[in-house]
Design a protein. Structure first.
Length: 196
């Protein structure tokens, strides 16, 4: 069985989730990251080629996760079925996601917040719900960019341009911004998403 090292703030996988790794020869976090990134690159190509349609649905959210991680994990595109150190109780995921999607549609239709704030609130809540066993941050960032482009007709966020999935000060700042958003303060996250 593989034992992966996780960066600060990352959610460890359960042993039964690790058993669903499709590529048996992966033994290190670096190898896993490389295969996942290759899969994500394919998902980005799929995103560009897909027919535009409704993106604020459970089906699209699951499909995107499956496209991002389906060549690496058997559970890709399936809501988690275990407790984690972050996120709602797993049985509440569908209800919480449904509520979030309704909220976002309302915010967009009624211009409740500026576009960037709608996107930041959406991103934060997706991470907070923690839909899947793994890949939640990457998935939530891509979903947020899709929301910006397809729904809000805005440029995607820069996400501080660097890879925030590795240990460094950018990841630390991002996690700090998410924790502040947990308390209702979105200012640091708003600053982060458009910084370069």
């Amino acid at each position: 069985m593989n034992e992966f090292q996780y960066p600060t703030g990352a959610t460890p996988l359960e042993p039964e989730e690790i058993e669903d790794l499709k590529i048996g020869h992966i033994t290190t976090r670096e190898e896993l990251n490389r295969f996942e990134q290759d899969n994500i690159n394919e998902a980005l190509q799929w995103m560009e080629a897909r027919r535009k349609g409704e993106v604020l649905t459970e089906k699209f959210i699951k499909t995107l996760h499956q496209k991002m991680f389906g060549k690496v994990w058997r559970w890709a595109g399936t809501f988690r079925r275990s407790g984690k150190n972050i996120g709602v109780d797993w049985v509440q995921i569908p209800v919480q996601l449904h509520t979030l999607l309704q909220d976002v549609r309302y915010w967009v239709d009624h211009k409740t917040y500026p576009s960037d704030e709608i996107a930041v609130r959406f991103h934060h809540k997706m991470v907070w719900i923690h839909l899947f066993p793994n890949g939640n941050g990457r998935h939530a960032r891509l979903m947020t960019d899709i929301l910006l482009k397809d729904v809000l007709k805005q440029e995607p966020f820069t996400w501080n341009v660097r890879n925030i999935d590795v240990e460094d000060k950018v990841r630390t700042f991002y996690l700090k911004a998410l924790r502040e958003a947990d308390q209702g303060d979105y200012s640091t996250l708003l600053e982060f998403v458009r910084s370069s």
